[in-house]
Design a protein around this ligand. Structure first.
Ligand code: BMP
Length: 278
């Protein structure tokens, strides 16, 4: 059967990339396909949110460069929490430059992303060299690292359509040891593939942003769908939720954050169970 009709556990047992395997294992063990996007600018809020949602997530998604009071101890603590609470870390860096530059942006600068992020993502726009550049760092790491390509975006008017998406999937197929899946809005197996392109062991994870239970969008082009639409109907594996959980106000209410995380975890898991039971 297609990957999205199999259980996360079976897929974990079969997956050859260690980061993908760890993520699927964690999803199965914690019964969650929820990733929380911790888009806040103060380190205190960042950790308050992570500690509140940790039991309910498989993945914490960061934009590390929006923290105004970042210091090296932040990423050290994040790593500690990840192993303590069993979740993976995804830095949403969206690399999009020549291979040499993305390798430096991944490994160096003040953030040294490859030291602590299990998963990163890249725009396919530069072509395959963006993958090989990042792989020159990620595949050397002793740790388990994986890359997601942005095959589709959630925003109104996104240019990630048609042949662009098809070519993104073709690129990923050439580098299956490092590219573990896509940021996308639906499954990608059928996209741009002739029968011979797809091998039985191909299992790309689909992580979908643009998920909300209460709002349809924001004032800046974001569009939301429900976990049922995203997971059951479109076959995505992980729901990425930011403001639906952390709220839009300046102050963080950890009790509300916790309740919303539980709510999205339950909705995401039910949507998954309805999918594999079909
Ligand atoms: P929110 O749920 O608050 O709309 O946040 C969505 C998060 O996912 C943001 O961090 C954004 O950068 C990211 N994202 C997205 O919304 N759409 C995409 O297509 C790709 C993204 O990484």
């Amino acid at each position: 059967p297609a990957p999205h009709l199999q259980s996360y556990k079976d897929r974990a047992d079969r997956h050859t990339n260690l980061a993908a395997r760890a993520l699927l294992r964690c999803m199965d063990a914690k019964k969650t396909n929820l990733a929380v996007s911790v888009d806040v600018t103060r380190t205190k809020d960042f950790f308050d949110i992570i500690e509140a949602v940790a039991p309910y997530v498989c993945l914490i998604k960061t934009h590390i460069d929006i923290l105004e009071d970042w210091e090296p101890s932040v990423t050290a603590k994040l790593q500690m929490l990840a192993s303590e609470h069993n979740f993976l870390i995804f830095e949403d860096r969206k690399f999009a430059d020549i291979g040499n530059t993305v390798a430096l942006q991944y490994s160096s600068g003040i953030y040294k992303i490859s030291d602590w992020a299990h998963i990163v993502n890249a725009h396919p726009v530069p072509g395959p060299s963006v993958i090989t550049g990042l792989a020159s760092v990620g595949m050397k790491s002793k740790e388990t690292r994986g890359l997601l390509l942005l095959a589709e975006m959630s925003t109104k008017g996104a240019l990630t359509t048609g042949n662009y998406t098809v070519d993104a999937v073709r690129m990923a197929r050439q580098y299956r040891e490092f590219v573990i899946g896509f940021i996308a809005q639906r499954r990608m197996e059928g996209v741009g593939a002739s029968e011979t392109d797809i091998t039985a062991e191909e299992d790309f994870l689909i992580l979908a942003p643009g998920v909300g239970l209460d709002a349809k969008g924001d004032a800046m082009g974001q569009q939301y769908r429900t976990p049922t639409e995203v997971v059951t109907e479109c076959g995505c594996d992980v729901i990425i939720v930011g403001r639906g959980i952390i709220g839009t106000g300046r102050d963080i209410d950890v009790e509300v954050v916790k309740r919303q995380a539980q709510r999205y975890q339950a909705a995401g898991w039910e949507a998954y169970e309805n999918r594999v039971a079909r």
